[in-house]
Design a protein around this ligand. Structure first.
Ligand SMILES: [Zn+2]
Length: 614
């Protein structure tokens, strides 16, 4: 994780990050309609000091750069608002108005970013909005730049093909588990101070305002597609399966500007994000960057990202893209090479050493993604969780394993003694392993909790990776203060964008299989707007949704008729099914008890499950 060859005196990143500053919101604090703070970078003033013992110097330097905020002119008629959310908003001036690429994560920060632009550049009307990819920090603030349907009317909203399905699908099946782990990854529960949250590698923090989504009206379906908006010609490159399943790069030939979304960043990205997601394809990522260089780098003078600061000059941005490409290609190819020599994921991660050109390069350091995790992810993509060793085929689960390890070592006191010795010797990885066994055997052991918290802190202070730091520190926090409750809410726009299949898929993964095992229920589900008729069959603990009448002989025991709009309100937890039945907006024909029984088999996800204890 350490990179001794890094040149801390290299001034170029700071120069690029400060270049073209037009103005700032001072203090950079953004509040919602109720006065609640949703964004505040004024709290990071402590980063002005020299790096303390409680942080890695490379991450400290990086966070100083990501906390810079303001409106920047990056090319003639092209602006970026940076540091006013986790991500960047890019604004292109057209003949009569503006185009906005990536309207940040929430309505409040997007509105503030646009207001900052307009304060300096005038009240130019919106002519088009673009989503570079399907992650919420690049679309969630769209209602801050297109605040109501009237102004959205006729303004094209442009996205890569597959955008809408992927924008919502992450919230459907694994959403609750991912949200819980994201609370660890982004440091949202931590105090903001030199020993706590200092930034997370890709930006300072997640804003906490209102997330929205307006579906795209124009899809980019192929690389090389050219579209003109308000007199500005854009050329697109699709990069599916890289940092997001639906993602694209932008080239503005007339302004010689290249925007590469999150395909290249100042820091290597995650091939497998630790909050949890499907594995990304490092080899495809590298191939697309090669294509980006071939198509556009010679015709570009500035390279922009959806996070971080620009890179200026055709030669420099070409070299930047080549090194970014090589970081993914090297990790992929060398992980596979070692895999084919019999190394397993953790062994590859430990053995993999970057060549000097990469090891000494600031923008491929693991500030957000981690080279260690990425190597394991490449192994997992090809080989899965099993390493081929039969002793790992059927291990005891964590608690049963822990009880046996603690007994084998000689009891809780003996484990604690050895963990304490490891901690004092600086072997924090081993201390954490021993204490984890003790805590899974005896979760309430006060000395084990405290020593593990102090061990996590030492691991946090030593890492140059923002998410690793957040994981360690959040683990320490929860060992001391207990598990924090994560609020359960679904943005109305995201609920509205779910397909009917996705709604029933979300339902099917909430069925409590063991309790529902003996049930056989047939429910007809009718939407009125538009007309849709589905047949849900619950049998053997499995819910299957059939479009239409269902298989031959499936006679519904109960029929539910509801408008999708009302169902959206129910799914978004703004009302209950029962209230809507009473109000008459949901009608039930047939045996209502079947519905009650069905509902009884659906389990609420647990958003505050323990992580560092069983
Ligand atoms: Zn992002």
């Amino acid at each position: 994780m350490t990179a001794p060859a890094l040149d801390f005196d290299d001034p170029i990143d700071l120069a690029d990050a400060e270049r073209g500053l037009v103005g700032r919101l001072e203090p950079c604090v953004i509040r919602d309609g109720d006065g609640r703070t949703v964004w505040d970078v004024s709290v990071f003033g402590f980063l002005d000091a020299d790096c303390p013992q409680t942080a890695h110097p490379a991450l400290w330097r990086h966070c100083r750069l990501t906390r810079l905020h303001g409106l920047y002119e990056v090319a003639e008629g092209v602006y970026q608002v940076r540091g006013m959310d986790l991500s960047n908003m890019t604004i292109i001036e057209g003949e009569t108005g503006i185009l906005v690429i990536d309207p940040l994560l929430c309505r409040e920060t997007a509105a503030a970013a646009l207001a900052l632009y307009r304060e300096h550049r005038g009240d130019r009307p919106m002519r088009a909005v673009f989503y570079s990819h399907s992650h919420a920090d690049h679309f969630g603030g769209v209602r801050g730049v297109l605040p109501d349907d009237a102004s959205a009317d006729g303004v094209p909203i442009v996205a890569p093909v597959g955008f809408l399905e992927h924008a919502v699908s992450e919230n459907v099946v694994a959403g609750p588990a991912m949200a819980r782990r994201a609370a660890y990854m982004y440091g949202g529960l931590l105090p903001t101070d030199p020993a706590g949250h200092i930034g997370n590698g890709i930006g300072q923090a997640m804003s906490s305002g209102t997330v929205g989504l307006i579906p795209p009206t124009l899809l980019i379906t192929e690389t090389g597609q050219r579209e003109t908006f308000d007199g500005v010609e854009l050329v697109f490159q699709l990069t599916p399966g890289t940092e997001a399943p639906s993602e694209m790069n932008f080239h503005l030939p007339a302004r010689r500007v290249l925007l590469v979304a999150e395909n290249a960043s100042h820091g290597v990205h995650n091939v497998l994000t630790p909050r949890g997601a499907q594995i990304r394809d490092a080899a495809a990522w590298a191939r697309y960057l090669t294509e980006t260089i071939r198509l556009h780098s010679a015709d570009s003078d500035v390279l922009l990202g959806s996070h971080h600061w620009p890179t200026y000059g055709s030669e420099r941005l070409t070299a930047y893209l080549e090194l970014q490409r090589d970081a993914y290609a090297y990790t992929h190819d060398q992980s596979v090479r070692l895999m084919n020599r019999g190394y397993t994921g953790p062994e590859i991660a430990e053995a993999l050493e970057l060549p000097p050109a990469l090891a000494s390069c600031w923008h491929v350091q693991g500030f957000y993604g981690s080279h260690n995790n990425n190597a394991k992810a490449v192994y997992q993509r090809y080989m899965g969780w099993f390493d081929g060793n039969p002793s790992h085929l059927w291990q005891h689960p964590p608690v049963e394993q822990a009880v046996r390890y603690v007994a084998a070592i000689g009891g809780a006191d003996a484990v604690l003694e050895q963990a304490d010795a490891a901690h004092r010797a600086g072997d924090f990885r081993w201390a954490a392993e021993l204490l984890n066994h003790l805590l899974f055997a005896e979760p309430e052991h006060p000395d084990a909790r405290e020593l593990q918290a102090r061990t996590f802190e030492q691991l946090a202070y030593a890492t140059d990776n923002g998410p690793w730091r957040s994981f360690y520190l959040t683990g320490a926090l929860e060992l001391r203060d207990g598990v924090r409750k994560t609020p359960l809410s679904l943005a109305p726009d995201l609920v509205a964008a779910l397909t009917t299949e996705q709604i029933f898929q979300a339902m099917s993964v909430r069925v409590d299989g063991p309790r529902a095992a003996a049930a056989r229920l047939v429910i007809r589900w009718c939407y009125t707007d538009p007309d849709e008729r589905w047949t849900l069959i619950l049998a053997n603990g499995v819910l299957v949704a059939h479009r239409g009448e269902g298989p031959h002989g499936a006679r519904p025991q109960v029929t539910i008729t509801v408008s999708r709009a009302v169902h959206n309100e129910i799914l978004g937890l703004r009302t209950t099914f029962l209230d809507q039945v009473v109000a008459g907006t949901v009608t039930i024909e047939g045996d209502a008890n079947v519905l009650l029984e069905f509902n009884g088999y659906l389990e609420e996800p647990e958003r505050s499950f323990p992580i560092v204890t069983p």
